[in-house]
Design a binder for this molecule. Structure first.
Ligand SMILES: Nc1ncnc2c1ncn2[C@@H]1O[C@H](COP(=O)(O)OP(=O)(O)OP(=O)(O)O)[C@@H](O)[C@H]1O
Length: 255
């Protein structure tokens, strides 16, 4: 599924956060959204995930203007998205129950909802399951551990597995490794790459430039109240068109 945001304007009360923001994520593509703290990365991901409606602009899932559809259709489209937040926020249950959560949701869908989703965006065969997803993040041997006993890094890996087990078309990751050590970060980054190889499109918000460089195919630089530049990763790091991108990468531009 292709996600496309077109000339989005959004903000809170009198504050404009995003102005004229356009961005797309193609199947199997990893797009990093980089920018300093408070610039609107979370706001943009929440809009892409349909948690909030943009004040202006169009959001398309596979060419469907999502905010022009019925609430039920929108719910169906929403279910094609997996999201992982900075804070893992697991349920008070075992690793296995946490990873299986999305599957329970999916099993609870009525035949009618299943048909609607299939008609709108197609339904994959659901090849992934919770165990496979936990294996991807190296936790398949820890099924019975309780979430409360996990380290922060392990918890975040379970949160990632939970999103993956849901068999999404697109993964939206909000600073998924900002609190993690290099080993846990590497596990998540490998899992992101594996997801993209399976055709899942990924948008990852990060203020870690090196992470963007390691995982992304394309990078969008969010500064001020908009995306100042979006280009393939090499161009952003080696030959950016906007001088502010160079300054931001070099750590000189702290917004
Ligand atoms: N619910 C809200 N109500 C009012 N203002 C908000 C709300 N959510 C975010 N903001 C403001 O919008 C701006 C963008 O916030 P956002 O969380 O999207 O930035 P960010 O780039 O994700 O930051 P960080 O990297 O620190 O997570 C900030 O100034 C923030 O204070």
């Amino acid at each position: 599924m292709t996600l496309r945001a077109d000339t989005i304007h959004h903000g809170y009360a009198d504050t404009t956060v995003l102005e004229n923001v356009s961005l797309s994520v193609d199947p199997g593509e990893i797009v990093a959204i980089i920018g300093p703290s408070g610039v609107g990365k979370t706001t943009l991901l929440r809009l892409l995930a349909l948690f909030d409606r943009p004040h202006e602009g169009v959001l398309e899932y596979d060419g469907i203007d999502v905010w022009a559809t019925s609430q039920q259709e929108r719910l169906a489209l929403r279910r094609r998205i997996g999201m992982v937040f900075q804070d893992a926020s697991l349920f008070d249950a075992s690793v296995r129950r946490n990873a299986e959560y999305g599957l329970h949701v999916r099993r609870s869908w009525s035949d009618r909802l299943r048909r609607e989703i299939a008609d709108l965006v197609g339904l994959r065969n659901g090849t992934s399951d919770a165990l496979e997803a936990l294996d991807v993040v190296g936790l398949a041997e820890q099924l019975d551990r309780h979430a409360s006993s996990l380290s922060g890094g392990e918890a975040q890996r379970v949160a990632f597995a939970r999103a993956l087990a849901y068999d999404p078309d697109v993964l939206l990751l909000d600073e998924p490794t900002s609190d993690l050590d290099p080993r846990n970060t590497a596990v998540i980054e490998d899992a992101v790459r594996a997801a993209s190889l399976r055709g899942i499109g990924v948008a990852i918000a990060t203020h870690d430039m090196n992470q963007a460089r390691r995982v992304a195919d394309r990078v969008a630089v969010l500064l001020g109240d908009g995306i100042i530049e979006v280009a393939d990763t090499e161009t952003i790091f080696e030959d950016p068109a906007d001088p502010r991108t160079r300054k931001f990468i070099d750590g000189e531009l702290i917004y």
